[in-house]
Ligand binder design. Structure first.
Ligand code: AKG
Ligand code: FE2
Length: 374
């Protein structure tokens, strides 16, 4: 593939006959319409075949039923840790019941971590009794606890509680109509974005204020093959206020699961490196349109007082729905930082197993300087 994305040449060279990658033709001068996108539907591109071939359908259905059973019923390991699971969507998220965050056992911590890796975000209910110290101590069972925004020491002053610099305070009320109502994973303007977060609702609004999570592995997987090939080795610049502060792989390899995630977001991503600004803007707009219009790849969590969401920034994005003003919503967050500095910096693993890390485009001093809310 050459520098610019030219599906026309590719299609011409390979011809239409015998293609198996979903090419459907379309306008020859753009990538639009050339490939059938992988449908989010679980019947996938096979819906027609499923009507015609009953035994094939039965096989696929059986596989899906088995994978759903794991989140509908849990498994032996979960049960022996005294935990049960309540699904919120087939692909992402799960409520874990049976834990007391003030006093989790080692096997419970192990099972929560396993489910977090599988589900990308997990939830607990009824944890309003825990103290701030217990919130922080719970985080320390999984990783290092960072300051309010992870590593960025200088930012702790912004929204951190004075006596608990590890706790990021996200409080809104009539006078402070704040909500992180934009799609993002946290702090992608840094070369060391935090691993994840544990967000506790100290006070939930009587209606509204849910948080939506979207599956970044599914975002990558459902791209058409030409886009995947085009994007796989590429990077994008991210930063605050339109500044290019860091360059991240667009296809990020998860350090624990090895899975590929689509690692761009409209909050901090500026452009795709090496593309003309207009081409980059068009392609990003196309990607965002697909990412954020596929409810199959999301789950939505309605908060109650004492509810908790624990998410992995390497495998999902989130969006706080700002439909609750003027009601009060008081959230407190503990931010997890990977104890291994190597795994903390995002990377893509290529076919030979080599890691290609994100590159800082500014100074560490600039990254550690607060800029407004971020
Ligand atoms: O308030 C929320 O639900 C999420 C806020 C957020 O984006 C965060 O804590 O990183
Ligand atoms: Fe966030």
């Amino acid at each position: 593939m050459d520098e610019l994305f030219k599906p026309r040449g590719l299609n011409k060279a390979r011809g239409r006959q015998g293609r198996t990658d979903g090419w459907v033709g379309g306008r020859p001068d753009t990538w639009q319409g050339h490939y059938r996108e992988n449908p989010a539907s679980r019947a996938g591109a096979d819906a027609h075949r499923m009507v015609a071939d009953k035994s094939y359908t039965a096989d696929v259905a059986e596989t899906l039923r088995r994978s759903d059973a794991a989140i509908l019923e849990g498994d032996e390991a979960l049960a022996s840790a005294g935990l049960t699971i309540e699904p919120v969507s087939p692909g992402i998220g799960a409520v874990i019941h049976g834990i007391d965050m003030a006093n989790p056992t080692d096997v419970q911590v192990e099972q929560v971590w396993r489910l977090l890796m599988e589900r990308k975000v997990v939830f607990f209910r009824d944890q309003g009794h825990i103290t701030r110290e217990e919130h922080i101590a719970f985080g320390r069972r999984f990783a290092r606890v960072g300051l309010a925004f992870g590593r960025q020491r200088a930012l702790a002053g912004n929204n951190a509680l004075p006596d608990h610099p590890e706790i990021l305070r996200l409080y809104s009320d009539e006078a402070h109509p704040f909500a992180a109502a934009n799609w993002h994973s946290d702090v992608t303007w840094s070369d060391r974005p935090p691993l994840g977060s544990i967000l506790l609702s100290r006070k939930s609004p009587p209606v509204g204020g849910d948080t939506i999570f979207a599956d970044s592995f599914a975002h990558w997987n459902c791209l058409d093959p030409v886009l995947k090939a085009f994007l796989e080795g590429r990077t994008a610049t991210h930063g605050r206020a339109g500044k290019d502060e860091v360059e991240h792989p667009i296809c990020r390899t998860h350090p624990v699961t090895g899975r590929k995630a689509l690692y761009i977001n409209p909050t901090f991503t500026n452009s795709i490196s090496g593309m003309e600004p207009t081409d980059s803007a068009r392609l990003l707009a196309k990607l965002y349109a697909k990412m954020y219009s596929t409810p199959e790849h999301t789950c939505r969590f309605p908060w109650r007082d004492g509810s908790v969401a624990m998410w992995d920034n390497r495998s999902c994005q989130h969006y706080a729905v700002s439909d609750f003003w003027p009601h009060e919503r008081r959230m407190e967050r503990v931010t997890l930082v990977d104890p291994s500095e190597e795994d903390e910096v995002p990377f893509r693993v290529d076919d030979s197993g080599k890691r290609h890390y994100s590159v800082l485009l500014t100074t560490r001093e600039a990254i550690d300087t607060p800029l407004g809310m971020f």
